[in-house]
Write a protein that binds this ligand. Sequence first.
Ligand code: ADP
Length: 681
Amino acid sequence: MQKGNIGVTTENIFPIIKKFLYSDHEIFLRELVSNAVDATQKLKTLSSMGDFKGELGDLTVKVSVDKDTLTISDRGIGLTAEEIDKYINQIAFSGANDFLEKYKNDANAIIGHFGLGFYSAFMVAKRVDIITKSYKEDAQAVKWTCDGSPEYEIENIEKADRGTDIILHMDDDSKEFLEPSRISELLKKYCRFLPVPVAFGKKKEWKDGKQVDTDEDNIINETNPLWTRKPNELKDENYLKFYHDLYPMADDPLFWIHLNVDYPFHLTGILYFPKIKANIDLQKNKIQLYCNQVYVTDSVEGIVPDFLTLLHGVIDSPDIPLNVSRSYLQSDSNVKKISTYISKKVSDRLQAIFKNDRKEFEGKWDDVKIFINYGMLTEEDFYEKASKFALLKDTDAHYYTYDEYRTLVKENQTDKDGNVVYLYANQTDAQYSYIEAAKNKGYNVLLMDGQLDVAMISMLEQKLEKTRFTRVDSDTISRLIVKEENKGANLEAGKQDILASLFRSQLPSVDKVEFNVAAQALGEAENPILITQSEYMRRMKEMANIQAGMNFYGEMPDMFNVVVNTDHKLVKNILDDESKECNESLSPIEAEIASLDKQHDELHEQQKGKKEDEIPAEEKEKLDNVEKKLSELKGRKEAILTEYAAKNKIIRQLIDLALLQNGMLKGEALTKFVRRSIELI
Ligand code: ADP
């Protein structure tokens, strides 16, 4: 027997392994099983090159547990005593402390950096034995033992078969790794697609009312996973099956993309566009990252473009430096190339589906839209490509590319300033009457009800030349798209004011809502009252909801315009009736107001251009008096109109109907409305 010290410059590698690598203890299993798989594949390679002439036989890697130990056995190349000394005893180890300090929470980084795969066994074991016999002719089998101190023992032993057994004598606080269910779970997580069969126990069957082992190995992995196979050999059902194996609870995916590149880096994989159920949050971390079929992580941020982290599937690349920290990953040029490549592949594939089968693409658009829009919003390059196949959907469920849509609306929806106005709705039910009005005018109305559409609208306004988006309910139909200055004959100003006063006085107070009432000629066919909300204010509030630092807008009340249509018969009736009822009392007041207005203007004229101290006190006082008198008279006029309006049930009824149409009539006001409606009938 020989004794020696493991050659590390720091005496204390084992405490370091144990202490610092506390987070990811379970990966020891991945490391040891991959070593066994590597040793097996090396033997296969030697055999295929004629350097190994013996029988390969059954190459299954076997994992087993008993009371105190976990064993990983392979029939690979094995190790000679010299090789153990070279590969196991001598650990290249410089600048260790600095590195460990930096990456103490990242076991992957440490293990990879030092080639410590094997030593990760000491995260969970108090003693590790290597029992091994090289494939080389007449090799002497050896047993290496180490109890977690830098001392090891190595001795010659008898071993019938070629290959290696790694035996872990588990630490007391790592007994969980002796539970078959825990080991099954870990094998499924890390070893599911390893290229050499891995067995854990035997297949079970029911016999005499209980489960018993059969003779057959329980193979836990699929050695030729779908992504390693040639796309032209695969059918849709293969892709669908693989998807459901990976995500048993998911609906069928929308599309998939088989990635396969050899140069300038190696990468294979399959990405799926999942079908997102409405209102369920998008989930990141559904893509699994493999390195030569060994599972590494499901956190692919930094490796694939952000918007693609919403996809599902697998990526396998030996060229992604997995053993480094995340921040390093992002600056790695290989990783950047990979990210760019994946993004380009995705846009190419989408473009191809769009071109070859537009019907299918349109059919799935509502579901893929969120991924594509996210990409367009976050990646300039992706926007450039996607703007050729991204679609806009109108309220009649017709789909258009950006170019097609512009051609469609350009002629009829260009305003007097040369802006093409894209009308849109985000709720077809609530905005039904506005949509109808727009359609009647020959306009097209888009449906922009997606989660990202607020942001898309802002972006498209910047990207598309001379383009403005306006929601259908943001103004009266005649002013949604202003094609020429309004020259139409309107009601005289005095009458407009009276109408506004009448309706203003009867508006209910709604919490956090402000109304601005105006009278306008909208045409006889239009509703008597229309409630609109300015595009600008509404958008500011919408942005405030998704963006920090815009609270100012979020706090503001909702501002609505109440437009009274002076062309409508009912409104005309109200005005006529008001004249009859109120003229007598209003005429003298109005006459007085008119004369005071005149005085007011004259006084103003006199004082214009003069400095404050050049105006005689007497004149100032006169103006003050006129203003006081005016405001008192206007108050009286308002009171008369309010009194009249309160008696006129039609005014209140019209207001309530308009509120109802906008979903703003609630509670007591709604009950009153119903009661009044019955009375009116
Ligand atoms: P790495 O695998 O990154 O080289 P490890 O510490 O895991 O680092 O292993 C060190 C070396 O020990 C391997 O390169 C390999 O030569 C040898 N080795 C480990 N496990 C086995 C095994 N099961 N069979 C044969 N050789 C092995």
